[in-house]
Design a protein around this ligand. Structure first.
Ligand code: NAD
Length: 337
């Protein structure tokens, strides 16, 4: 059993912990939190050992009726792998702690690429992370783009990707984020940081990205134009995308016409937290003009990176190849709509 510690138990961390707990070859060694808030109580109810992420705050947990197993250093020492799910920039500060215990660490996409030896997407470059000490699972948007680029590149070759990313202003629990009534080019000008981030996975890819922020919390939506290396038909591209285990091609005629209904669909299907781990590509949006492919996809920012973190754990421990790992993760989480 691979013992996985999760440092930072917020939007991503709590999902990663649950996904790890569902794996037959992994167990949650514990989770580290800065404060004994509602998420800490839920973590304890789920049976995860609680560690204080900031040692001086350890007494607060006892005051809140939460028994802790120790402080974060002890979790790092005990775990075979740490998944750092702390806010952007904190992961880099934690890196030396993980190194001092020789514990391989997986960071998130809010960190600079330099935080780790490898930027990771399971579909695109699993093997690069095998046996690595440090890996960064790329951001939700970069994951969503990489899952499309990998099969397109392999099947047709990709000459140029142009993507406009309509980004949610914040996650549902982030009440201080915005905009609340505006549409913001973010950044004004090109590239948004996403293009260069995709190039951490595909160094030779030609890609330009533009970003906008809108008053929504549900999902991101991408408008893509990809110039492919050969002439194709929309039907062929659709078939290719339908064969990808982490891409859901939304069928026509079932009323899934936006992010709100996609989220409703996930909740109706009984998915934990209404999560959509797959890219959701609107089937009828897939169009081809010569070598130019167009499509719209929605990406659930809170959850698409979760299966990637599970696969990254197997990659750094070199305990499965890409195909085995992706299949096991998909099966245990119930990925595939
Ligand atoms: P979050 O704020 O929801 O959760 C972070 C958690 O870490 C919080 O519980 C916070 O209290 C805790 N924390 C703060 N300082 C800490 C410390 N020193 N030690 C341990 N824990 C600490 O953030 P999130 O959305 O889960 O993001 C985590 C990482 O995942 C970031 O790099 C982010 O860019 C990336 N990411 C986020 C999303 C998303 O949409 N939320 C998607 C993909 C990747």
């Amino acid at each position: 059993m691979i013992r996985v510690g999760v440092n930072g138990y917020g939007t991503i961390g709590k999902r990663v912990a649950d996904a790890v707990a569902a794996q037959p070859d992994m167990e949650v060694a514990g989770v580290a939190k800065t404060q004994p808030n509602f998420e800490a109580h839920t973590a304890v109810e789920r049976g995860y050992s609680m560690y204080a992420a900031i040692p001086e705050r350890a007494p607060l947990f006892g005051d809140a009726g939460i028994e802790i197993a120790g402080v974060v250093d002890e979790l790092v020492a005990d775990a075979d792998v740490i998944v750092d799910c702390t806010p952007s920039g904190i992961g880099a500060e934690n890196r030396s702690m993980y190194a001092s215990y020789d514990t391989p660490a997986i960071f998130q996409g809010g960190e600079d690429a330099s935080v780790a030896q490898v930027s990771f997407n399971a579909r695109a470059n699993y093997d690069d992370a095998r046996g690595a000490d440090t890996v960064r699972v790329v951001s939700c948007n970069t994951t969503g783009l990489s899952r499309l680029v990998a099969p397109l590149e392999e099947e047709y070759g990709v000459e140029k990707v142009r993507a406009t990313l309509v980004r949610r202003g914040g996650d549902p629990s982030q009440h201080s984020r915005g905009p609340i009534n505006d549409i913001l080019p973010d950044p004004i000008g090109i590239p948004s940081h996403h293009g260069p981030d995709v190039q951490t996975i595909f160094p030779d890819l030609s890609i330009e990205t533009m970003g906008l922020k809108v008053p929504a919390t549900l999902m991101h939506v991408h408008a893509l134009n990809v110039t492919l290396g050969s002439d194709v038909t929309a039907a062929h591209v659709r078939q290719l995308l339908e064969s990808q285990s982490r891409v859901y091609v939304i069928p026509e005629g079932i009323g899934l016409d936006g992010a709100g209904r996609l989220k409703d669909f996930a909740l109706d299907a009984g998915r934990p937290r209404g999560d959509l781990w797959e890219n959701c590509v609107w089937g009828e949006s897939i169009a081809v003009e010569g070598r130019d492919l167009y499509l719209f996809q929605a990406v659930h920012q809170e959850s698409d990176v979760v299966p990637e973190n599970v696969d990254a754990v197997r990659a750094v421990t070199d305990s499965a190849d890409a195909e085995e790992s992706i299949e096991r993760t998909n099966e245990t989480l119930g990925i595939g709509l």
